[in-house]
Design a binder for this molecule. Structure first.
Ligand SMILES: [Zn+2]
Length: 289
């Protein structure tokens, strides 16, 4: 198996277009057919209640939450070959930007893990022989119900914030970016002289350099893809811009002075709504005035 830098160099030194095409398409094939496929698995958050605690009031509340369903998608690989690493990066980018079934926000996981966390707190509390736990069965049941409702809402918000793109379409877009990365590749020696980069020897090699060039390049391109998707991409903009999320899931340009909360679409909508409310109010008020 070739190293990535060899493939990139072969591509640059290729003298005919046909030769370039062959190198490029065999690279694409290596990536898409790599066994490091993107898989979603059901991995519930589970815990076991001690048999002696099962019949207590608190134990009964906990028993409704001993298996909380959750979808996961592996985000790391142990395989260090370039194809596996780049494929992993592509899997992660798809999960992050496009897969509405996966919410990897920490707050979401914390909410799903709350029953388990509280159970072990309670268990250790009893172990220490403390007379009373902080929560009554009713309070515990309310807390856990609330946490599950919050988690559901957060997952829905998370799904609204994902862009729509099928895996097949994603592959097309990604290949366009591979092409740019192939075309713009600078070998390490040239990069070093241009940027006066000092490298530690031994821990770093040419292929790591290429892999990280590829992965960070892909990440940057997809961030721009996201901006274009929401109509926010400006190739000439050099100033630092900040973005916010609207409740509808749209990404919009934040105005630092005004600190907006709504995207343009929702702003227009709420304005016309409040305008018609205002009109109705006037209509009902007019006869009296
Ligand atoms: Zn909106």
């Amino acid at each position: 198996m070739l190293y990535l830098y060899e493939i990139l160099e072969d591509y640059q030194f290729a003298t005919t277009d046909a030769e370039k095409e062959e190198i490029f398409s065999s690279f694409c094939q290596k990536i898409w057919e790599h066994p490091n496929q993107r898989t979603i698995t059901e991995k519930p958050i589970t815990f076991r209640i001690k048999p002696t605690l099962l019949k207590t009031e608190i134990g009964e509340v906990f028993s409704n939450y001993t298996s909380i369903p959750r979808n996961v998608c592996p985000s790391t690989t142990k395989n260090t070959g370039f194809a596996s690493l780049i494929r992993q990066k592509l899997n992660n980018i798809y999960t992050y930007f496009f897969d509405e079934n996966i919410c990897s926000r920490k707050e979401y996981l914390d909410l799903l893990r709350l029953p388990k966390k509280l159970y072990f707190q309670w268990e250790s509390f009893l172990g220490k022989g403390e007379p009373e736990w902080i929560l009554s069965p009713k309070e515990l049941s309310n807390t856990l119900e609330q946490a599950m409702a919050d988690a559901k809402r957060l997952k829905e918000t998370c799904a609204r914030e994902k862009m729509k793109l099928s895996w097949e379409e994603y592959k097309q877009v990604a290949e366009g970016y591979f092409r740019r990365l192939f075309e713009h590749y600078q070998p390490l020696e040239e990069y070093q002289t241009d940027h006066a980069l000092v490298l530690q020897t031994g821990t770093w090699n040419e292929d790591n350099f290429c892999i990280s060039y590829f992965c960070s390049g892909l990440h940057g391109y997809f961030k721009n893809y996201q901006k274009s998707y929401y109509g926010l991409y400006n190739a000439n903009s050099r100033r630092k811009t900040s973005y916010s999320r609207c409740a509808c899931g749209n990404l919009f340009l934040q105005n630092r002075q005004r600190n907006r909360r709504l995207c343009d679409t929702c702003r227009k909508q709420s304005r016309s709504q409040s305008y018609s409310r205002y009109n109705e109010k006037r209509k009902t008020q007019l006869p009296h005035s």
